[in-house]
Design a protein around this ligand. Structure first.
Ligand SMILES: Nc1nc2c(ncn2[C@@H]2O[C@H](COP(=O)(O)OP(=O)(O)OP(=O)(O)O)[C@@H](O)[C@H]2O)c(=O)[nH]1
Ligand SMILES: [Mg+2]
Length: 403
């Protein structure tokens, strides 16, 4: 129902699963993300290589934390799998380690925009990002490190840098050299991570309430808009029907009145006097009478037809079509093609049952006309969309209950 909320819903689903805190890495490829995770866990879990290596997500639970290795982002990362993996990492993680290799110097545009996005997200959801300046052993000395650090500080004011070297840490661990381990920055990063992890339950509670609140509000807004358009459509439907019925009645009144006046003014009725064989080519009073009635009938039909055409009631619905195309009109279906006798004319146009029949049958074909059908189907669609909104609300409640 809310395409723009797909990501938030997927995140809520993750939160509802209630798994251990998830720490992931973000940053460009080959900046030492996988190796950093290995050092933090103290085990060579994730593949490390001197080229683009990680392409899918992989994770490992260690010390009550789910460590999630993710692909690096880069301009040439065209593969769909990568972007799916990145989206999933974004969705699943509580804490992001933004990894940038010190030997690259400043942040590039892509990194800056990603970092800005992470900060915005932190402001909104309270999910935290730690900035990791990796591979610092690649720099010549402390002065160079300061240069890089202040350049990045100028790009991203207020950013706290965790400078680390996975290589140093590994050497320190393998050689049991405490000082080297300390100087690798990994213990300090682990301490910062512990602080961040301690804030995860509170952050999750905040984020959960925020997302449910926002989605509920948006659903309610959508539902209100749907109700409003349904009411407007139904109003239109009723108003149109009312106008049609009233307009048709006026036309019927008019033609009925004309016909009654014409009939009342007539003298002796000759129509029922049968013509004899000798009259075959003669103009008889009976013939004249019948022609007269037929003309009055045609006039009335033309007048009604004009009104119907103005309301889009012309052709019969396709399932009523016959091979004789000229007969496929509503007018002919309801009124027939000829009337020859006074009593028939009176019955059709001047007497109440006849007039009511016209109202009823033209009303029926009016509802079958293209515009009215389109309106009816729009109403049905809106009703279905409202039902879908209600279903979405119920599903959201269910998800919240599960959490
Ligand atoms: N000198 C030095 N090299 C490092 C350090 N960390 C990682 N490397 C090397 O940098 C290369 C890339 O490391 P990875 O951990 O695979 O990099 P990644 O960011 O995971 O790369 P992708 O998986 O492709 O995104 C490997 O050759 C690592 O051995 C470090 O602290 N110092
Ligand atoms: Mg990797």
């Amino acid at each position: 129902m809310l395409p723009g909320r797909a990501g938030d819903l997927a995140r809520l689903q993750c939160l509802a699963d209630g798994i251990e805190p998830v720490v992931t890495v973000v940053g460009k490829y080959n900046h030492g993300k996988s190796r950093l995770l290995n050092e933090l866990i103290g085990d060579d879990i994730f593949a490390v290589a001197d080229r683009r290596e990680t392409v899918t997500l992989s994770d490992r639970v260690h010390r009550g934390v789910r460590w999630l290795d993710a692909p690096g982002l880069d301009a040439d990362a065209g593969a769909q799998d990568d972007s799916h993996a990145l989206q999933a990492a974004w969705r699943r993680s509580d804490i992001r380690l933004f990894v940038h290799s010190a030997k690259e110097g400043e942040l590039d545009a892509k990194e800056r925009s990603l970092l800005a996005e992470l900060r915005t997200d932190a402001g909104r959801t309270k999910r935290q990002t730690l900035f990791v300046l990796s591979q610092v052993d690649q720099l010549a000395d402390e002065t160079e490190l300061q240069t890089v650090a202040s350049a990045i500080g100028a790009q991203m004011p207020g950013v706290e840098l965790n400078a680390v070297s996975s290589t140093r840490h590994r050497k320190g661990v393998e050689g049991a050299k405490k000082l080297l381990q300390e100087r690798s920055g990994i213990p300090a990063l682990l301490a910062a991570l512990d602080d961040a992890l301690a804030r995860v339950p509170g952050a999750r509670a905040h984020e959960t309430a925020l997302l449910y609140g926002e989605i509920r509000a948006e659903l309610a807004q959508l539902r209100a808009a749907q109700r409003q358009s349904l009411e407007a459509l139904r109003d239109t439907q009723q108003r149109q029907r009312h106008d049609f019925s009233r307009g048709l009645k006026a036309v019927i009144d008019k033609v009925g009145g004309d016909i009654a006046a014409m009939l009342d003014a007539l003298g002796e009725d000759h129509a029922i006097v049968p013509d004899s064989a000798k009259d075959a080519y003669a103009i008889t009073a009976g013939k004249l009478e019948r022609a007269h009635i037929q003309i009055a009938y045609s006039r009335a039909c033309i007048e009604i037809d004009g009104f119907l055409a103005g309301h889009g009631v012309i052709d019969l619905p396709s399932e009523q079509h016959t091979a004789a195309r000229s007969l496929n009109t509503v007018m002919i279906a309801v009124m027939g093609v000829s009337v020859k006798f006074r009593k028939d004319l009176r019955r059709m146009f001047c007497e109440e049952p006849g007039r009511q029949r016209m109202q009823r049958e033209f009303g029926h074909y009016y509802e079958r006309s293209g515009d009215r059908q389109a309106l009816a189907s729009l109403i049905a669609q809106t009703e279905a969309a409202m039902a879908a909104s209600d279903k979405a609300s119920a599903a959201l409640d269910q998800l919240e209950e599960r959490a």
